[in-house]
Design a protein around this ligand. Structure first.
Ligand code: NAD
Length: 297
């Protein structure tokens, strides 16, 4: 069993670290927020004094932080985890961050001779608690094979997507599809309502026809056809619109820096920004149907 450092014990990192403890690993963590520290300690995580303190003893250091700026802040500098890491340590960043920062984090690790992976997740807080996350990894194959047994304690699907930054690229491409497809499904339901077509009739046809997609069949944005979807519980998340907006912004940054035209991604970003500006950023992202329908006007 490995000695694992875990930095960022928030909504995702807290339960992920707890699952590593349950799997028998020795976990030392760090966070800035006392409530996160207390909850992690309760789950059996030993608490270090700083990111560097946690990294110094660890075979593997996992970060689960809000953004690229936070990750590079924790990686870099004399007090950073790269400087503190043991020779041969493996650094895994599971935060969702921009591809450029992910590649910088890999470069910092490589300069110190440490192995590294970007390994963002999907599956949300529920998946983090249940240990059923999907990990999308970028980095060298041998780093991935070292990480696999540790990631398997927190997730059920672990995929190596390519070299440095490929995990982040896969994550934002997938979530751009999701953000766009959800808006398409919502627009179809709003049009159906105006045309006097019932939700169930549209669902019965489109779910088995060419309009079929995950946003419709697993996460239907109107109550009724898919009982487990957030539409049936007043759009409580699930996956909050603010997090969808974060991922769409990352996709827009990446498409600009890579020169890829993503006009529907840009439109989806604007619509989720409007939803957040209307005070609905904490609602599930499928709740954008209410804005499209004009319910909030
Ligand atoms: P969160 O805000 O609950 O947790 C982030 C934690 O990082 C906080 O507890 C914060 O105090 C801590 N932190 C910030 N700077 C720090 C530092 N310098 N040192 C130590 N700790 C520091 O966020 P979250 O929901 O756990 O998300 C974490 C990451 O996972 C984000 O990148 C997010 O986009 C991604 N993600 C979240 C979800 C979700 O459903 N919440 C799903 C998939 C991916």
């Amino acid at each position: 069993m490995a000695v694992i450092g875990f930095i960022g014990l928030g909504n995702m990192g807290g339960p992920m670290a707890a699952n590593l403890v349950k799997a028998g690993h020795s976990v030392r963590g760090f966070d800035l927020v006392p409530a996160a520290i207390d909850a992690a300690r309760e789950a059996g995580v030993a608490i270090g004094a700083s990111p560097a303190d946690v990294a110094r003893e660890a075979d593997i250091v996992i970060t689960m932080l809000p953004s690229g700026k936070h990750v590079l802040g924790v990686y870099d500098g004399a007090e950073g985890i790269v400087a503190a890491a043991r020779p041969g340590a493996l650094l895994i960043d599971s935060s969702t961050i921009d591809v450029d920062s992910a590649r910088k984090a890999h470069a910092l690790a490589a300069a110190k001779g440490a192995a590294s992976l970007d390994a963002p997740v999907s599956g949300g807080v529920g998946g983090a608690a249940a240990g059923t996350l999907t990990f999308m990894a970028g980095g060298e194959a041998d780093a991935f094979e070292r990480a696999r047994p540790v990631l398997e304690a927190m997730g059920k699907k672990i995929v190596l997507c390519g070299g440095a930054g490929a995990g982040q690229a896969a994550k934002i491409c997938n979530n751009m599809i999701l953000g766009i497809s959800m808006i398409g499904v919502c627009e179809a339901f709003v049009l159906a309502e105006k045309l006097g077509l019932s939700h169930q009739s549209l669902f019965d046809v489109a779910s088995t026809a060419s309009g079929q997609c995950w946003s419709l069949t697993s996460y239907c944005p109107v109550p009724g056809p898919v009982p487990a979807s957030p539409a049936n519980r007043d759009y409580q998340p699930g996956f909050a619109a603010a997090l969808m907006l974060k991922d769409l912004k990352l996709a827009q940054e990446a498409s600009q820096s890579a020169g890829a035209p993503t006009p529907l991604g840009a439109a989806a970003t604007q619509l989720y920004a409007m939803m957040a500006a209307a005070g609905e950023g904490g609602a599930d992202f499928s709740g954008i149907i209410r804005m499209l329908r004009g319910d909030n006007a």
